[in-house]
Write a protein that binds this ligand. Structure first.
Ligand SMILES: Cc1cc2nc3c(=O)[nH]c(=O)nc-3n(C[C@H](O)[C@H](O)[C@H](O)COP(=O)(O)O)c2cc1C
Length: 189
């Protein structure tokens, strides 16, 4: 297990087609989801939820994505439909993070969405801590109403993202990170 700072300094996304099985164990998945749910949440509204796609259910979900794709693009090729059917089967396991804002006079909807984004980030970190690799994707289907209905979202809900989780042999190459001098200023009146 990595120490906390090493963990935070080394998280890196790995694209779904580079993720291998086996999928996370049920115990590891519970740990990841428990950590995902441990986020700042103004008003303790629990304005998010998770949908797990695993095993053959990934292809069933992919069929719904492919069907939405075919409705948008009636001339789609067989190869493209196959690719869409396989969208959620590229990774051994996928977790959709759903923003599910609650009616509140006090807490703005945007804060509730930000809490859901924090849940997605916690999920990435928990996966990394447990030795898995992961990637947060939205792609086109996170914004498609037909897919949202097929996956059981209510009208007021939206996908924050689909976190693809699997294993990666080795250490993924890092990408350049912003220099602090470019993103940090110190307020002086
Ligand atoms: C809300 C959100 C949606 C994203 N959707 C996509 C996506 O659809 N496709 C993609 O290639 N990367 C997407 N990314 C970026 C990757 O998750 C990842 O951050 C990026 O590849 C950089 O890698 P890093 O996390 O190691 O810095 C998204 C990131 C966020 C925060």
């Amino acid at each position: 297990m990595l120490d906390a700072l090493a963990l935070l300094k080394t998280r890196r996304s790995v694209k779904p087609d580079q993720l291998q099985g086996p999928p996370p164990s049920a115990e590891d998945l519970d740990t990841m989801l428990t950590i995902a749910a441990r986020v700042p949440d103004h008003g303790k509204l629990v304005p998010w939820r998770f949908i797990v796609f695993e095993g053959d259910h990934r292809e069933e979900a992919g069929a719904a994505i492919a069907s939405a794709y075919a409705a948008k693009y009636p001339d789609a090729s067989g190869d493209q439909i196959y690719f869409e059917t396989n969208r959620l089967a590229r990774a051994p396991l996928v977790v959709a993070v759903v923003s599910s804002p609650v009616e509140s006079a006090k807490i703005p909807a945007v804060e509730q969405q930000l809490s859901a984004a924090a849940a997605a980030q916690n999920l990435l970190l928990a996966a990394h801590a447990l030795g898995y690799a992961a990637c947060w994707l939205t792609e086109w289907y996170a914004y498609d109403a037909q897919v949202a209905r097929a996956f059981g979202l209510d009208d007021h809900e939206r996908f924050i993202g689909f976190v693809h989780i699997g294993r990666f042999d080795g250490t993924p190459e890092d990408r350049p990170r912003p220099a602090l001098k470019d993103i940090v200023t110190r307020f002086e009146a």
